[in-house]
Design a protein around this ligand. Structure first.
Ligand SMILES: [Zn+2]
Length: 183
C-alpha cells in the first residue's frame, strides 16, 4: 500500500497527462471527476455497510475503477451481480462476503487510499437489462478515463485470485549503473 501511495503521489504531482486523460477532458488536479451513474460507496459509515449508490447527473467525486477478468464461471464464485432484482437490496447493503476476492480486495484498496467510491462493472451495470448494459457500455471509456485510479488485476484470470499475488522476482542485472546512469 505504501508503494501505491508513493506512485499515486508522484502521479498527482507530476503527471499532467495522467490527470488530463487521453481526451484532455479529465478534471484538473484539484477537481474531482464526474461520477459514473452508479458507484459502490466503500466508506464504512455508522452502519458499517458497503452499498451501491446511484449518483445525480453531473455529480462529482473521486472513484477507483476495477479492470479485471470475469473468467469462466467458477464454483467458488457466487456470481453476485447487479440485477434488476438485486438493485434495491444492493443500495441498502452489498453482500461483500459473496464477492470474489479480486473485488473484495479492490474495495479494501480504495478504502485504504481514502477514495470513497469504486466502480466495478458487475456491480454498477444492471446485467439483465439490455437498456442499462447498452447505455453503460457506451460510457465505459469515459468511466475508466475519469477514474482517479484504475486497479488492473492483471495477474488474475479468474476473479478468484485477488489483487495481491506472489510472483517470481527475476534476478535481472540492474539497468542502472552505480553512478545512477542508465546503461
Ligand atoms: Zn501518472
Amino acid at each position: 500500500m505504501g508503494k501505491i501511495q508513493r506512485w499515486l503521489e508522484k502521479c498527482l504531482e507530476s503527471h499532467g497527462n495522467c490527470r488530463r486523460g487521453l481526451s484532455g477532458m479529465k478534471s484538473s488536479k484539484n477537481e474531482d471527476s464526474i461520477l459514473p451513474s452508479r458507484v459502490v460507496d466503500v466508506r464504512l459509515g455508522s452502519g458499517s455497510r458497503v452499498r451501491l449508490v446511484t449518483t445525480n447527473k453531473g455529480e462529482r467525486g473521486r472513484y477507483c475503477a476495477l479492470s479485471y477478468c470475469w473468467g469462466p464461471k467458477s464454483p467458488n464464485d457466487s456470481q453476485t451481480t447487479l440485477l434488476r432484482a438485486t438493485l434495491e437490496s444492493f443500495k441498502q447493503c452489498l453482500p461483500v462476503r459473496e464477492l470474489p476476492p479480486t473485488i473484495r480486495e479492490a474495495i479494501e484498496v480504495a478504502r485504504r487510499l481514502n477514495v470513497p467510491y469504486l466502480w466495478v462493472d458487475r456491480l454498477c451495470i444492471v446485467q439483465d437489462s439490455e437498456e442499462d448494459t447498452d447505455a453503460e457500455c457506451n460510457r465505459m471509456c469515459e468511466v475508466y478515463e475519469q477514474a482517479f485510479l484504475t486497479l488492473a488485476a492483471l495477474g488474475d484470470d479468474t476473479g478468484d485470485k485477488g489483487l495481491f499475488l506472489d510472483r517470481e522476482v527475476l534476478d535481472y542485472p540492474s539497468p542502472v549503473s552505480s553512478n545512477g546512469e542508465i546503461e
